[in-house]
Design a protein around this ligand. Sequence first.
Ligand code: SF4
Length: 184
Amino acid sequence: MPNNSRKKQLLLHACCATCSGFLAGQLSADYQVAIFYYNPNIYPQSEYVRRRDEAKKYFARQECRFIESDSDHNKWREMIVGLEREPERGKRCEFCYRERLEQAARYARDHGFDAFASTLAISPHKDAQLINRLGKELEQKYGVEFLAGDWKKQDGFKRAMDLSHEHNFYRQNYCGCEYSRLEK
Ligand code: SF4
């Protein structure tokens, strides 16, 4: 992922190396990509550290900037009070996507990025349409372009998994929060 200062600057919200490695590589053809790691939903802390460190190591090798934003899981739990029993892809997830996207949008605006995006939509377990709608709402609110895309197209997830196998990334078997962990 070579640095090219003439390219537009893209802040790419990422949740793990598996989803972000492939997508960052694709987007770096047109953008100067910086990774934004903000995932207060991930539980327990050891899991958070494991996912973060995997991604951080990979992007260091790619010479790609890695920004970690404070992630307070207790605060996140306070925010989702009342939504604990929601099924995966329900209202709790909508809140969770919005919270992470909004932090990315705010950071992008405050730090002069041209656009922001998220790797969340690449997973077949996530609602890409909803994520793109939320991203577009935040684009209006923060005045920074949201790069909406159906990253699952053209075998996006499969290619992400291929890259993950190639680099032997850690691949979690639940989305992130304790509620998704219990559903497994
Ligand atoms: S299942 Fe995933 S997206 Fe939904 S609230 Fe939990 S961590 Fe967030």
